[in-house]
Design a protein around this ligand. Structure first.
Ligand SMILES: CC(C)(COP(=O)(O)OP(=O)(O)OC[C@H]1O[C@@H](n2cnc3c(N)ncnc32)[C@H](O)[C@@H]1OP(=O)(O)O)[C@@H](O)C(=O)NCCC(=O)NCCS
Length: 180
């Protein structure tokens, strides 16, 4: 059901977002995003420091199984991805965590919300949209407390040992989460 809020009524932002189960989230395979939209996602992911290594980012976005993007007044404010990263990356994650990840090819990640819009459940909404109908085994790696909450709610369990990640100025202990 769509709820249209008349322009004349001014609502406080959190209320607007809560109302907005219909908050516009667009899902599409990476290859079907026009290059400017993918570039917006690329920029938001980098600006949010959701990745420390940007080398594979562009190719992973293009090849993503699904990208979710949320716009407000034409501006991208949140994005998330299910992708199938290279085997060598999965092997590294497997070695660092000590968990056998054979048969778990899909990764939920590149979750980034523009700073002024954080803590308003946008990442939660994107995770719902991407993961609720996704049947295959999927993994994620994160050290972010909000992501850990979201992943636990979506049926992921933390497995193996954590390993150091992030940047030198913002080090973080990364953990592997699996939904088998
Ligand atoms: C991580 C990130 C995507 C979360 O997005 P978000 O839209 O703010 O998350 P949500 O509002 O859906 O929050 C989910 C839960 O985490 C909590 N939360 C949000 N930010 C938090 C924080 N910094 N520390 C602890 N908990 C936090 C929320 O209160 C909410 O809890 P609740 O549902 O029990 O009320 C966002 O902070 C971000 O873009 N960070 C920078 C990029 C990044 O680190 N991405 C993750 C890469 S793995």
């Amino acid at each position: 059901m769509r709820v249209t809020i008349p322009r004349a009524i001014s609502l406080p932002e959190p209320f607007w977002f809560e109302m907005s189960e219909q908050f516009p989230v667009v899902l599409r395979p990476g290859a079907f995003w026009d290059p400017p939209s993918r570039k917006n996602a690329f920029d938001l992911i980098l600006a949010s420091k959701a990745v420390s290594n940007q080398l594979a980012l562009e190719a992973n976005l293009r090849n993503a199984t699904q990208l979710a993007m949320s716009y407000r007044q034409g501006r991208l404010i949140a994005t998330a991805t299910i992708k199938c990263p290279q085997g060598s990356y999965r092997e590294r994650v497997s070695a660092k965590s000590g968990i056998d990840m054979r048969g778990i090819d899909a990764e939920f990640g590149y979750v980034a919300v523009d700073e002024p819009f954080r803590d308003r459940r946008l990442a939660t909404i994107l995770a719902d949209r991407l993961l609720d109908d996704f049947q295959a085994p999927v993994f994620a790696t994160t050290g972010h407390p909000a992501m850990k909450k979201i992943l636990a709610r979506k049926g992921f369990t933390e497995e193996g040992t954590s390993w150091p990640g992030g940047s030198s100025d913002e080090p973080v202990a990364l953990s592997l989460f699996l939904r088998r």
